[in-house]
Write a protein that binds this ligand. Structure first.
Ligand SMILES: NC(=O)c1ccc[n+]([C@@H]2O[C@H](COP(=O)([O-])OP(=O)(O)OC[C@H]3O[C@@H](n4cnc5c(N)ncnc54)[C@H](OP(=O)(O)O)[C@@H]3O)[C@@H](O)[C@H]2O)c1
Length: 259
């Protein structure tokens, strides 16, 4: 039977992007509880500072660093703060709009590509030497089931998440033999406070409809648990791709709704 890795040394650092809400915040909490010194990044400084304080008050180690993942200069500057890093969780991202290809806004498509794909590229490029220097690094890419198959109205987001999926797959090929694992976690429907609201530009009714009648969508904690499990496997075990959906969702388009 495989056993979990020994707890990380207290100096092991886990950087989590998009830690100001949802899956990123839950992942930061769980990695901190698992023994990592977590570095929380996102654009909203007040939120990551409050979360870092909460994690510290629980007896764990956390610091906040405001960062826009699309700003390469700022990302490079951020990377200079570290000698080694154990884990990078590329979680920052999300969807904008749900229009068909015929009428989708090219600007939304661009912004989704910038945040989900270029953001992940920026952090991964900047921190790869530090992950390697740790002797046992892990890059996690939080993609989506949208990175594996499409659905009507989803093309802009689906294209961006396919980009992230390909980035993870290709990186794994390119760095094989070096001490860095590449783990992709692809969640299905997760009910977080902001994901659907951001997608629908603050429209509460449209956001609520995403989860309407679904008895138990995944929670941010469910996905954080999956990420933490993958990261804490022994160093030689690479969880390539983990697809996690609620029981009520059989595919991107096949969802059981009650009522
Ligand atoms: N919820 C779902 O159903 C679902 C399903 C599959 C995959 N996912 C993926 O999981 C990830 C997290 O989703 P979530 O549900 O937790 O959504 P969320 O609550 O909206 O979180 C998105 C996070 O990304 C950060 N972010 C966005 N743009 C950024 C930028 N330019 N630079 C830095 N940070 C940025 C946001 O922080 P700031 O605004 O403070 O910068 C926020 O912390 C996303 O990649 C999403 O695509 C979500």
């Amino acid at each position: 039977m495989a056993t979990a890795a020994a707890p990380p040394a207290p100096s092991r650092i886990a950087v989590v992007t998009g830690a100001s809400s949802g899956i990123g915040a839950a992942t930061a909490r769980q990695l901190a509880a698992a023994g990592y010194r977590v570095v929380l990044t996102a654009r909203r400084k007040d939120r990551i500072e409050a979360l870092a304080e909460e994690i510290e008050a629980a007896g764990h180690k956390a610091t906040a660093y405001p960062l826009d993942v699309t700003d390469r200069e700022a990302v490079d500057e951020f990377a200079t703060a570290f000698r080694t890093i154990g884990v990078l969780v590329n979680n920052a991202g999300g969807a904008l709009g749900a229009d068909p290809v015929a009428t989708g806004d090219p600007d939304d498509w661009r912004r989704m590509y910038e945040t989900n794909v270029i953001g992940t590229l920026n952090l991964t490029q900047a921190l790869l030497p530090k992950l390697e220097a740790s002797g046992d690094g892990t890059v996690v890419v939080v993609s989506s089931t949208a990175g594996l198959s499409t659905y009507e109205g989803g093309a802009g987001y689906v294209a961006a998440k396919h980009g992230e999926h390909v980035l993870a797959e290709t990186l794994r090929l390119e760095i094989v033999g070096r001490p860095v694992r590449v783990v992709e976690v692809a969640p299905g429907m997760v009910k977080t406070d902001e994901f659907a609201l951001t997608r629908f530009a603050g429209d509460q009714d449209r956001a609520a409809k995403v989860y309407q009648g679904v008895a138990a969508p995944l929670t941010a904690d469910d996905v954080a648990d999956t990420i933490t499990w993958a990261v804490t496997r022994p160093a030689h075990v690479n969880i390539d791709l983990l697809v996690v959906r609620p029981r009520a969702q059989a595919s991107n388009t096949k969802v059981h709704r009650e009522g």
